[in-house]
Design a protein around this ligand. Structure first.
Ligand code: PLP
Length: 440
């Protein structure tokens, strides 16, 4: 293996980093290069240890190198790493789909249960697939005028063109506008607030009254809009919004890519809403953070409209090469086993309480707002530096010097510990972020 300095040079010469301005990446000096990990710690090429305060971009559930997940991957690699789901089935993808159907029974509601899984590789593709399914379902159900989508302001559903089209973050999405289809926008709050939510639901009613009969589906991030900087709404707001959509014959797609796998305090955010979506997207935490894997899970009501003689061409003509990858599915099965065996969910309230206590103990100076639901946390920083000062980036760098990895989203510092992070470490993450804010 090359030495650390050579690796740093090669990174600057050959790697294009996502969501990263090259000139700043270069100006920031040698990158922090992660070489390995242990539990809640990432370890760099110099052997320095950092607490993983954002679950390696919201994916990690149990900490790194969980023995069960690593063993699940090892066992699978002794059998087969990958075979296709086009024309063939595979053991781990069957078992995982069955497990997901059972798991999703936790989401209560009068609507049909989520029973059928379509696999892909990322949150973006999970949403892309959901949009195409919803569109085609409407077409094949005789609703040929339903060709558009509704989505929330500030939404983030991924980076492919369909998922960007339903996204609502101008900074990320504006440049692509000419490539995108337009969507009907619904306002939503940054914090649950009954009065504001009532006003916004009134706007939603008007939008659906005006456009409802042209809409195929509404897509939402339930309870927490993550990439928007942890904007939050109440379960009752969401419930009401979904009821409005349904009353207009509009399908409901929920994007639990970020909220899934315990981040909001329940295994899925929709457990707090009391209604079942027609289509649900999961990704980030699905494999426990080990391998790329996503799922678009639907009810029979959706799947049945795609069942017909071949020459009616009602097939879903979509599929990715690595769909249902055996290693990734094995990691996901091991993740679900670990959630049960380690009893992760029953310890969650204590960890959420530790997070809340630590947040409350932060000095209020330089903090405009703290948004938290479950373990998903955004600290809105108050400052009057211009954007080019990259104030929150500097705060995150100061946290890094103190041994904690966090990332900013605009003026928000995000904290999202792995589900299994011990309370004392959660407290340390928050305290270090507090020191970094004070010192920057
Ligand atoms: C991260 C995210 C996505 C995109 O997932 P990728 O795996 O990065 O493509 C989609 N929706 C939500 C809510 C997300 O947080």
């Amino acid at each position: 293996m090359a030495d650390p300095d050579t690796l740093a040079r090669w990174d600057l010469e050959h790697v294009w980093h996502p969501f990263t301005q090259a000139s700043e990446w270069e100006a920031d000096g040698p990158p922090l290069i992660i070489d390995r990990a242990e539990g809640m710690y990432l370890i760099d090429v110099h052997g320095r240890r950092y607490i993983d305060g954002i679950s390696s971009l919201w994916t990690n559930v149990h900490g790194h190198r969980h023995p069960g997940i690593d063993q699940g991957i090892r066992d699978q690699i002794e059998r087969v790493a990958h075979s296709t789901l086009l024309g063939l089935a595979g053991t781990p993808s069957i078992v995982l789909a069955r497990r997901l159907a059972k798991l999703l029974e936790r989401i209560d509601g009068a609507e049909p249960a989520l029973t059928r899984t379509f696999y892909s590789d990322s949150g973006s593709t999970a949403v892309e697939v959901a949009l195409k399914m919803a569109f085609q379902w409407q077409q094949q159900s005789g609703n040929t005028k339903r060709v558009r989508f509704a989505a929330l302001d500030h939404a983030y559903h991924g980076d492919t063109i369909g998922s960007v089209s339903v996204g609502g973050i101008d900074l990320f999405h504006e440049i692509y506008r000419p490539m995108l289809f337009d969507a009907v926008r619904i306002p939503c709050p940054d914090q649950p607030d009954p009065d504001e939510e009532a006003r916004m639901l009134e706007v939603a009613r008007q939008r659906f009254a005006a456009h409802g009969d042209t809409l195929a589906a509404l897509v939402v991030e339930p309870l927490v809009q993550g990439a928007a900087g942890m904007r939050m709404h109440s379960p009752s707001f969401l419930r009401e919004l979904l009821d409005i959509a349904r009353a207009h014959g509009v399908l409901v797609i929920v994007d639990e890519v970020a909220t899934g796998f315990g981040r909001t305090g329940t295994l899925f955010a929709m457990e707090q809403v009391g209604t079942r979506p027609d289509i649900m997207c999961i990704a980030k935490g699905l494999s426990g953070g080990a391998l790329p894997l996503a799922a678009t899970v639907v009810s029979d009501r959706i799947y049945d409209a795609f069942r017909a003689p071949y020459t009616e061409y009602k097939t879903l003509f979509h599929g990715h090469t690595y769909t249902g990858n055996a290693l990734a599915c094995a990691a996901a099965i091991a993740n679900l086993d670990a959630l049960e065996e380690d009893d992760v969910m029953s310890g969650l309230p204590a960890r959420i309480q530790a997070l809340q206590d630590a947040l409350e103990a932060l000095p209020g100076e330089h903090i405009a707002q703290i948004r938290r639901h479950g373990l998903m946390t955004g600290i809105v920083v108050q400052h009057d530096h211009p954007p080019q000062a990259r104030h929150c980036h500097k705060i995150c760098m100061a946290a890094r010097e103190r041994g904690v990895i966090v990332r900013p989203l605009g003026d928000v510092v995000v904290i999202m510990p792995p589900l299994a992070m011990p309370p004392a470490l959660i407290t340390e993450v928050v305290q270090v972020v507090g020191q970094a804010i004070a010192a920057t």
